[in-house]
Structures are given as C-alpha cells and as structure tokens.
Design a protein. Structure first.
Length: 459
C-alpha cells in the first residue's frame, strides 16, 4: 500500500457514517417512547441490569432502521460499530462487552412482545403528532391486505402441534388469493396464489402514504370482514381524522353491500370499492348485461353492473346512456337526465316519452336511490372519471406494503408465531411513522416517505 504523506482533514468514511446514523437520530428524536421505556424499567425493578433497557430498546429500533434481517446480524454490527453503540446509549467504557448476548436480546424481545398495547399507543401518538403538522391527513383513505409468509413450517399433525418445536408455526395457516382478468383476445385467465403465514390488514392515508390503522391476522382471514374494524379503530383513536375522512378506496376483496352502507351511513365516508362481477355467474351474457331499473314499473330505463343508466327509445328501440348530473347528498340519490335534452339532439321517441311522464323542455330526470343496490350505486358513480381517479389512489397501500417488504424486511425474515409477527409489524410501522415525523420536523417533508435517504444534521 502506498504511504499517504499528508492525511486529509476530512474523511468520506466519517461523513457517510454520520449521514447513515442520522437516520436513527431522526427516529429516536421523533419517537414518543419515554413512558414506554420507563414502564419497562419499572417492570425490571431491582433485577439484574447487565444490559440497561434504554440502549437495548434503541438497538432494537436500530435493527429496523438499518434493515438487519435478524437479531444476530444486529448484534454483530453493534459489536463492530462503536459509533452505533454510543448512539444507542451503551456504556462506552465497556466497549463491545456492553452489547447484549443473543439470549439476553431474545428475552428483551419477549418482554416487548408482552407490551403490545403500549406499542400501539406509541403508534397512535405518532399519528396525532403527524396530524398536527400535515394538513388534510386522513381525508382520503385506502385499505388493502398483505400476505406475510411465516418462517416456520406448517403443522400437519395435531399431536405435533402440542410439541414445543420452534421450527414450526402453530398459529399460522394457509391463505389463498385469486386473480382474474381477460386477455387481449377476450379469453379469461385466472391465477391462484397460496401462502402459509399471516395477513396484514392496513388502512393508510392515500395522499401522504402513511399508516393510520392496522391488524395482523391469520392468512385465511377475510378482507371483507376486516374493513370496518380498521375504520372503527381509526374512529376510536383519532375521531378528528375519522370525521374528516371523505372517501375510502379498496379492491374487490372488500366488496359488499354492508361495507358500502356502513361507510356512508355510519361514518359519512364515500366508498370507492371495486366490485366483483356477480351478474354473469348464473346468466347468459345477454341476460347479465343490463337489468330493468325499476322492476315494478313498465318503463324503458335499464342499468348495467357498473351503475350506468340507459334509456331505450320507444320509437326506434335504440339504447342510449343517460347523462349523469351528480350525486344529491340530501336525497341519497344519483341524478340522471334525458340524453336528448341534455346534449340537444333529435330523438324520435322523446315526445311520447315526455308526454307519459308529463315533463317540460328540461327533459326527463331519473333519480336512483342508493338503496336500490348498495354494491353498485355509490355516491361517486362508478362509470365516471372521478371514480377512476379516486380508485387509483388505492395503489398508495401497495407502495406502503412494498416498503414493509423491501426496506423493513418482511419479504425475508425469521419470524414465527402470531404474537411475534404482530410485535414486529407494530415496531416496523412505528419506525415508518417516526421517520416521517422526523423528516417533517427537520423541514424535509418531501422525503417523509423515504426510509433510506440521507439526513443532514442541523448546524
């Protein structure tokens, strides 16, 4: 190696290390965890304090921030990295000897797992802090679920379920998700995905892409029945956010009359939920295309499964789309107008149609109550560009899930058991929110979604 005659005043190694450690500083400064740490210290009482609570807790957070796939990987880094030990709060006099052993760190994790409610409190305190700094937080919501594979093996024998075998996961089960669509030639395709493990149900703000409520359940848990519990969780913990919510988007896994009705009737949130195509299941294509709007009337108005209304000209039999005129909130109805009157064109059957209904030059007006079919008719009409724009915001949940997988380590992990999975997920979401809050407090709100971007220390 060539000898360096004059060393440089500054070293890139120090600059880069400082930048990386600033991410942990940002999280620790923003995290409202003092009551939690004090509780853990009181719980330890006068027991052995070889590894104090505060530095071990900070080290656990560091493992998430710096994307360590396992506790062993984190502990090896702590043994090597004196700057990281100092930042976590380990005694510098002890050096590497201050780092807890694998067993000690595992016991500490078990203690944290017993304090799930306290972790959830930290999660909600962070949301309140962000709500005070981010205008419109919670106005637009999105929901989705995420498959999380277990690191443990499935239990195939009930007798083995009772055995203490840490290689197996006795809490997890099998989940299935089916994807369907049409190829370019019109032929249908179907793909079935199966996994053994768990499912994360996540409610996020679709503008800021921040989690607002979550639940971890077995892989077989239904998306449909887990929507409203997330909304209720938000309402119970953040009434201001729930009251300000305007819309909620979700995929067809959450499609049901009950979900649409409860969102609008109980929480005044407009549902933007894709729907399953149920009309074609037991009917021919022609029978499934449209239905009579009012079955008890002899009328010429029909609608399709997308909620688009049509009129059939009484003279020519031509079918035309009615002109949508908006949602009437006071009546809970969707308003449509005669296309000939609205768009000013000649219709041979317009005169006879208007004579039957006794209407004037404005043309016939049709009001469709949402109660006619809560799955199909929603305040934001499904066939409009406004609905498409609102539904596109659902992809915000997929981006949050991607960060959980690729940055926070849930794509490759060593987690077994529902309790541990729930704790690890709570910790990951806490770090995600704390990083966002830290960015906002550091006047870097444009980077609030980033978990890896460098952080410059304030002068």
């Amino acid at each position: 190696m060539a000898t360096i005659v004059q060393p440089y005043i500054f070293s890139w190694k120090h600059i880069e290390a400082d930048s990386v450690l600033n991410r942990l500083r940002l999280v620790l400064a923003a995290l409202p965890d003092e009551p939690f740490v004090r509780h853990l210290e009181q719980r330890r009482g006068k027991g052995r304090d070889d590894y104090p609570v505060r530095p071990v807790w900070n080290a656990m957070l560091a493992g998430i921030v710096f994307q360590h796939p396992s506790a062993a990987s984190l502990l090896r880094e702590l043994m090597r990295n004196g700057e990281l030990r100092d930042l976590c709060g380990f005694d510098p006099v002890l050096g590497a000897a201050a780092v807890p052993s694998d067993d000690a760190f595992g016991r500490f994790l078990s203690v944290v797992m017993d304090e799930h409610d306290a972790l959830v409190d930290i999660f909600h305190h962070l949301i309140e802090a962000l709500n005070a700094r981010l205008p419109g937080l919670g106005n637009k919501l999105a929901v989705d679920s995420k498959a999380i594979r277990s690191y443990g093996r499935p239990v195939r024998d009930e007798e083995k379920r009772q055995q203490d075998d840490r290689r197996r996961d006795i809490d997890a089960n099998w989940g299935t998700k089916t994807y369907k669509g049409l190829r370019a030639d019109g032929s249908p395709w179907e793909k079935v995905s199966r996994w053994f493990g768990y499912k994360l149900h996540l409610l996020v703000d679709s503008e800021y892409e921040l989690p607002l409520a979550f639940d971890v359940a077995k892989a077989s848990s239904s998306d449909m029945i887990n929507l409203m519990p997330l909304v209720e969780q938000l309402a119970d913990n953040h009434s201001e956010l729930a009251e300000g919510a305007v819309e909620l988007s979700a995929d067809k896994g959450y499609d049901s009359k009950a979900n649409n009705a409860e969102l609008l009737d109980d929480h005044d949130i407009k549902p933007v939920i894709d729907k399953r195509e149920l009309w074609r299941e037991n009917h021919s294509d022609q029978e499934a295309s449209t239905r009579s709007l009012f079955a008890d009337r002899v009328d010429s108005f029909t609608y399709d499964e997308q909620g688009q209304l049509y009129c059939v000209c009484p003279e020519t039999g031509e079918q035309r789309e009615l002109t949508f005129c908006g949602y009437e909130a006071d009546r809970r109805t969707l308003k449509y107008r005669c296309p000939a009157a609205a768009n000013v064109f000649d219709c041979k059957g317009r005169a006879s149609c208007e004579a039957k209904a006794n209407v004037g030059a404005f043309g016939r007006v049709i009001r469709v109550p949402l109660e006619l079919d809560r799955r199909i008719f929603t305040p934001i009409a499904r066939h409009t560009s406004k609905w498409e724009t609102a539904y596109a915001r659902r992809s915000s949940v997929e981006r949050v899930n991607s960060r959980l997988d690729c940055v926070l380590g849930f794509e490759q992990h060593t987690i077994r058991g529902l309790k541990k999975m729930t704790t690890k997920m709570a910790l990951a979401l806490i770090v995600l929110l704390a990083m966002a809050l830290g960015r906002v407090m550091a006047n870097q709100a444009e980077l609030m979604r980033s978990l890896t971007a460098p952080v410059k220390r304030a002068a």
